[in-house]
Design a protein around this ligand. Structure first.
Ligand code: AMP
Ligand code: ZN
Length: 432
């Protein structure tokens, strides 16, 4: 049941002592980097003054802009000769950031992925098909080495080429997949086109869903269509990539690997730490990273710590499914709206298909939201009145949650643009 029981079920005080040791090391080694070296001098911080976990608050937050400004090597805490790998963020919000790893860093990362997948139930006997982009993006290689470490037969297909993915699943009797949730929904349409029923014609039994926010309903849809159990996988390239937090077999929030990362949840406005259980922005510090330690990184991801212990016995605390990023938030007529709220409502409506797109427009001083929604094919061959009734119903459902009235447009399945990577949910045409 456990990959490393001594680590995963460690008593909290032992875990915290381990964290403190890691924190001290990280701060001391970070001081060797140009970025933190300058910062510590400026604020007169002596790394040896960090004597407790609370002392982490003496250190300023690090932001994505800091990483960008220190491009490319300003965060290195070791000489370049020690590095063996570079990765980057997917760059969905501006210029990508780069991360460097030593051989030991890669070992720890691999270990985290093996631990995560094993926790969800993947074993040596599984055939693992990795449907994430390989290359600079962390989702490919991160999972790849973790799966090999477990000893599963690992198929590095990468993203896209849907028909081939399905053929490979069938031919090699894939049992576990790693897939972006919006792509999993899209792929279900290709299954239907090919007349392949994943429940009947494949051996799929588990999926790791990661890289983008998705609702519980989306998970259920994937589980139902594919006939498998889907586990939420969270990570970000600045903290290696996947393998930061992962669901166990109870699927009730994600265990964040606290021996590798120190977590804080802050109020994004006041920057004060909030109590366990309260939602806020996740802030992470690497505790084991050699090549590029990062301290108090503002992830912009919104979540909360689940204070109750998990039934699985692991002592690493869980975070709740990510609600979105602070920079995903749309402000319309003074109302704050997250794309995930729209997804949540849409996925509860049975007639809604697998994709949607939010478009924001400005007309004078007025902002408008258009929600383009794919609905099941039957509606387009039938009665126009029926289609209009559905449109009204969707509008009312959305309006009840987001308080403004969007203009809902219904489109045919498979007609909205798709990406192989993270779904683009919002097009904001309001900026000039
Ligand atoms: P990247 O650094 O390009 O891999 O992007 C990392 C970001 O993807 C995170 O900061 C999150 O915003 C998002 N992300 C990754 N995994 C998940 C997940 N399971 N649920 C929600 N968002 C996720
Ligand atoms: Zn658990």
């Amino acid at each position: 049941m456990y990959w490393k029981p001594e680590l995963e079920t460690m008593e909290r005080d032992t875990l915290e002592a381990l964290q403190l040791e890691g924190l001290k090391k990280s701060v001391t080694s970070a001081a060797k980097s140009v970025f933190y070296g300058n910062q510590f001098t400026k604020i007169n911080l002596d790394p040896s003054s960090v004597l407790s976990l609370e002392d982490i608050r003496k250190i300023p937050f690090t932001t994505k802009d800091d990483l960008r400004e220190a491009w490319p090597y300003g965060f290195l805490a070791v000489s370049k000769d020690e590095l063996v790998r570079m990765h980057s963020s997917s760059g969905t919000t501006g210029r990508a950031t780069v991360i460097f790893h030593t051989a030991r860093d890669l070992e720890s990362w691999t270990d985290l992925l093996a631990r995560s997948m094993y926790m969800a139930g993947m074993r040596k006997t599984d055939v693992f098909q990795n449907m994430m982009t390989y290359g600079l993006f962390t989702g490919g290689l991160g999972f790849h080495y973790g799966a090999e470490k477990i000893g599963s037969l690992t198929i590095p297909v990468g993203a896209g080429n849907s028909r081939r993915q399905i053929q490979i699943m069938k031919d090699f009797e894939t049992t576990a997949i790693h897939i972006i949730p919006s792509y999993a929904l899209h792929l279900s349409e290709i299954f239907e086109e090919m007349g392949v029923d994943p429940r009947r014609d494949t051996k799929l039994r588990m999926a790791f869903l990661g890289a983008e926010p998705h609702t519980e309903k989306t998970r259920q849809k994937v589980e139902e269509f594919y006939g498998l159990r889907a586990f939420n996988s969270f990570g970000l390239s600045e903290m290696n990539g996947p393998g930061v937090a992962f669901e166990c077999q109870y699927q009730m929030g994600m265990h964040l690997w606290e021996d590798n990362f120190f977590m804080e949840i802050i109020d994004p406005d006041t920057l004060e730490t909030v109590a366990d259980g309260i939602e806020g922005e996740l802030v992470l510090t690497t505790l084991k990273r050699e090549g590029m330690p990062i301290l108090r990184y503002r992830t912009k991801d919104l979540t909360r710590i689940i204070p109750e212990p998990c039934q699985c016995g692991r002592t690493h605390r869980r975070i709740e499914r990510i609600k979105g990023r602070t920079d995903d938030m749309m402000i319309l007529k003074g109302v704050n709206i997250f794309p995930i709220q729209i997804e949540k409502k849409l996925m509860e409506i049975a007639e809604v298909g697998n994709n949607f797109l939010i478009i924001l427009e400005r007309d004078g001083y007025n902002d408008h939201m258009i929600v383009r929604v794919e609905v099941l094919k039957d509606f387009f061959s039938g009665d126009l009145k029926q289609l209009e009734a559905l449109r009204k119903r969707i509008t009312a459902e959305l309006q009840s949650d987001i308080l403004i009235t969007p203009r809902v447009e219904l489109v045919e399945p498979n007609s909205l643009p798709k990406t192989e990577g993270k779904a683009v949910r919002v097009i904001d045409n309001r900026k000039d």
